[in-house]
Ligand binder design. Structure first.
Ligand SMILES: Nc1nc2c(c(=O)[nH]1)N[C@H]1C(S)=C(S)[C@@H](COP(=O)(O)O)O[C@H]1N2
Ligand SMILES: [Mo]
Length: 525
């Protein structure tokens, strides 16, 4: 029997539990603080929350991921990180409860958490041994803090201690919070200044003018209808979908791209300057995500500046499968280890598949793939639009499944013809009379030939199309509706440039993109 058992009463147990939870939370806070500092020394994405978050993203079942993108959109990563922090707080408090009963056991649990983070960090696709350091340091810090605090709590609690013990405990806890908070702030600052350097370098970049500019945008691609978005999506509004919890921020100095693999007779290594010295082309291309639901907003249109990927591949000796080339899949790999597989035949069929360096008149934003990304008109992003590109490898679809294909998505995914009603908004309250129903439609590389609208399941009525920029961009449309009182359902469908009308059959986004007509219900007074 220990002294603790002798003097145990419900009231004392409650006090002990409370203090135990405090010990755990303080230890957890200290761990995060030193981890932030350590990640500033190693690299930003090596922090435990980022590493565990990344591992969670990789391991999350596809249906859950789809739900998260649907429910939280571009904020999905913030929600994930807040979730991890909440869980961490709960576990830390629990470890604290254990520690005040058995300090060594509590310390061991804390250290095990650090080990877990370290394994997650090193196990990330582009993980390095050094990435283990922040989590390891965090685990050891948590173990030490927890042990020291828990021993103090026990001393005070068992009655062998006295008021000075409690004061000592409070001092120790407060001191730990202040010091680790400082460490965290310094780490934050260093991480931020690293990013600021990369940001300044990007801002100072001057991209050369295109040798082949985009065709002038015809007047009238933009309809003047309130509630209809701009024809070109500004970079800050462009949807973002990726698995990166920390946006890779590199400078162009160290960047290079390797092109190699099956059927490559002349492997290439290109630096950023090499790309800029080549003939730059400028093209307007609409990019869409396969996770975009019918009526969703994971689609945007931009003016891209880059080099023709087909030219580079030909220089490397690549032939399309239809001409006897051995590789039918081009696997792009990013600096953060993402892999995306694109059909070689598609890249070489004459369309403007680009290695893009510019977006809407500026260097690619970091979130959209700086310094170099791929864009292929007519394919969903996950099979074509690799951001933060650093390697292109030629192989076959038989031999290799890229990241999303390993997670139940289709290996080949041409974009499906889609159309969206942007105005009126769902459940809008409208006055009877003339109402402009308007939106966008897209079928990249096939173009949009017709858009039709119907009310309450009635006959389809042809909408007026805005001028077409190119077959690779979306197209705005408007239909004048004479609205009568009551509740009405509007539906839209598009026909692509090959004469095929968008199917009304509703399917989900998995495995190769949603189908169905977008409908909007409104109330007319
Ligand atoms: N490195 C990397 N590239 C990526 C992704 C990713 O997760 N990592 N996501 C892809 C997906 S699913 C889409 S839809 C597009 C989105 O590009 P955006 O974020 O610039 O709109 O990027 C693609 N490229
Ligand atoms: Mo996507």
């Amino acid at each position: 029997m220990t002294l603790a058992d002798i003097s145990d009463t419900p009231a004392r147990r409650a006090v002990r539990r409370r203090r135990g939870a405090v010990c755990g939370l303080v230890a957890g806070f200290a761990a995060l603080g030193v981890a932030e500092l350590a990640s500033a020394v190693v690299r930003p994405q090596s922090g435990p929350v980022t590493a565990v978050g990344g591992a969670v993203i990789d391991a999350t079942p596809t249906v859950v991921k789809e739900w998260a993108i649907r429910a939280f959109g571009t904020s999905d990563k913030l929600v994930l990180q807040l979730g991890i922090l909440t869980l961490l707080a709960v576990f830390a408090a629990a470890a604290g409860l254990l520690a005040v009963r058995r300090p060594p056991a509590g310390a061991l649990v804390a250290a095990a958490f650090g080990l877990f983070g370290a394994v997650a960090a090193v196990g990330r696709p582009e993980g390095r041994p050094a990435d283990a350091v922040p989590s390891a340091v965090a685990g050891l810090t948590a173990a030490a803090v927890l042990y020291l605090l828990a021993v103090r709590v026990r001393a005070g609690y068992t009655g062998t201690g006295s008021a000075p013990d409690r004061r000592r405990f409070v001092q120790l806890a407060a001191g730990t919070v202040v010091l680790s908070g400082l460490a965290g702030l310094v780490g934050r600052q260093v991480n931020a200044s690293g990013a600021a350097e990369a940001e300044a370098a990007r801002a100072a970049l001057k991209l050369p003018p295109p040798a082949s500019p985009a065709r002038p945008v015809p007047a009238g691609v933009q309809l003047e209808v309130p509630g209809l978005g701009p024809f070109f999506t500004p970079n800050r509004d462009f949807y973002r979908v990726d698995t990166a919890l920390v946006v890779p921020k590199s400078t162009v100095d160290g960047w290079s791209l390797r092109i190699h693999g099956e059927g490559v007779t002349r492997p290439l290594t290109l630096r950023y300057e090499d790309l800029l010295r080549r003939e730059l082309v400028e093209r307007d291309i609409t990019l869409a995500c396969v996770s975009n639901e019918v009526g969703g907003t994971l689609v945007g249109n931009a003016r891209w500046l880059g080099v023709r990927l087909a030219d580079l591949l030909r220089e490397a000796g690549v032939r399309p499968p239809s001409q006897g080339g051995p590789a039918d899949q081009l696997v792009a790999r990013s600096v953060d280890g993402m892999t995306l597989g694109t059909p070689v035949e598609t890249v070489l069929d004459g369309r403007d598949a680009l290695l893009a360096v510019g977006m809407n008149g500026e260097p690619l934003p970091f979130a959209h793939g700086f310094p170099v990304r791929m864009v292929v008109p007519g394919l969903y992003g996950y099979v074509s639009a690799c951001k933060w590109l650093r390697e292109l490898r030629l192989t076959t679809f038989d031999a290799y499944d890229a990241y999303w294909v390993q997670r139940s998505w289709a290996a080949r995914a041409p974009v499906k013809t889609q159309s969206r009603i942007d105005t009126p908004r769902p459940y809008a309250s409208l006055r009877a009379g003339r109402v402009a129903v308007a939106g966008v439609a897209w079928a990249q590389h096939r173009g949009i030939a017709k858009v039709e609208v119907r009310v309450d399941g009635g006959p389809w009525q042809e909408a007026r199309l805005a001028a077409a920029d190119s077959a690779d961009t979306w197209r705005q449309w408007v239909w004048e509706w004479t609205a009568t009182g009551g509740r009405h359902e509007l539906a839209v469908r598009a026909t692509d440039g090959e004469g095929r009308t968008q199917t009304g059959r509703r399917t989900g986004t998995l495995p190769d993109g949603a189908t169905g007509w977008h409908t909007v219900t409104v109330n007319v007074r």
